[in-house]
Design a protein around this ligand. Structure first.
Ligand code: ADP
Length: 250
């Protein structure tokens, strides 16, 4: 589904991504691991159109999508989850979901105004959809909570929920596990697996928690120093000499 070909991203003389090539198979939950500073987040940002590539290509279903802006990728069903922006934190969880179809389009104010009117007409449908998403994620009880009041793990679920408000095909998830308790992490893991199996989502997940990766991801890709070091099942990658060395070296 996604092919990354010899991708480079340089910051001045520093090669954060240094000739990375990889593939994300349709229907997979692909894990992206690697020591801090390996270039994982930078790679995500380039794929998701947040940063321009220095060189190399990103293909989606055979089409060159290198350098497309986030809203164009959004239309193609490629989404990257993001922390709830500050301006949305005073809105309720349900409102955060209802905002997604309009909020991600990168439109002019004028278009947004028209869209708002459309939203007013479609509000009931959006609300129904948001409530379905909340139910799917088992957080219906949080619908009326302000986004600023929910826990880190619940925010991750909301971020995932935001992708469900539109027709996502592939979702890039950044560090789901950081600071999230076990129970909630399992809920997030279940939601990812169900989205994958029941809704055909493809995922690429950056994560440090190897239990989580092991439970969810196949294949796992390990990056170090801007390059892909190894790829395989979690067991294969965990036991790969180069991977062990890369982690020990940090
Ligand atoms: P990872 O997600 O694997 O921890 P990152 O992609 O965040 O790695 O970072 C890779 C390297 O690129 C790091 O050394 C980081 O300091 C550097 N880097 C990331 N973004 C920038 C930037 N905007 N300007 C300069 N250096 C950056």
């Amino acid at each position: 589904m996604i092919v990354v070909e010899n991708l480079h991203k340089h910051f001045g003389g520093f090669h954060a991504v240094d000739g990375a090539s990889l593939e994300i198979r349709k229907g997979s939950i692909t894990g992206l691991i690697g020591p801090n500073g390996a270039g994982k987040t930078t790679l995500f940002n380039v794929i998701a159109g947040r940063l321009p590539a220095t060189s190399g290509r990103v293909l989606m279903d055979g089409e060159d999508i290198t350098g497309l802006p986030p809203h164009a990728l959004f239309h193609k069903g490629l989404l990257r989850t993001f922390q709830i922006a500050h301006e949305f934190s005073s809105m309720t969880v349900r409102e955060n979901l209802m905002m997604v179809p309009a909020g991600q389009l990168g439109e002019t104010l004028w278009n947004t105004w028209f869209r708002r009117r459309a939203i007013a007409e479609e509000e009931r449908a959006l609300r129904r959809k948001a409530d379905e998403v909340l139910e799917f994620l088992t957080i219906s009880h949080l619908a009326e909570e302000r986004a600023s009041n929910i826990s880190g793990g619940q925010k991750k679920l909301l971020e995932l929920g935001r992708t469900m408000m539109v027709d996502a095909k592939i979702v890039f998830l950044d560090e789901v596990g950081a600071g999230v308790n076990r129970t909630l992490l399992n809920t997030i893991g279940d939601a990812i697996v169900r989205l994958n199996r029941e809704r055909g989502y493809t995922f690429c997940v950056i994560e440090h928690d190897m239990d989580f990766i092991g439970r969810l991801c196949d294949p796992v890709i390990c990056m170090a120093e801007g390059k892909v070091l190894a790829e395989g099942t979690v067991e294969e990658v965990k036991n790969d000499e180069r991977v062990i060395e890369a982690y020990l070296g940090t």
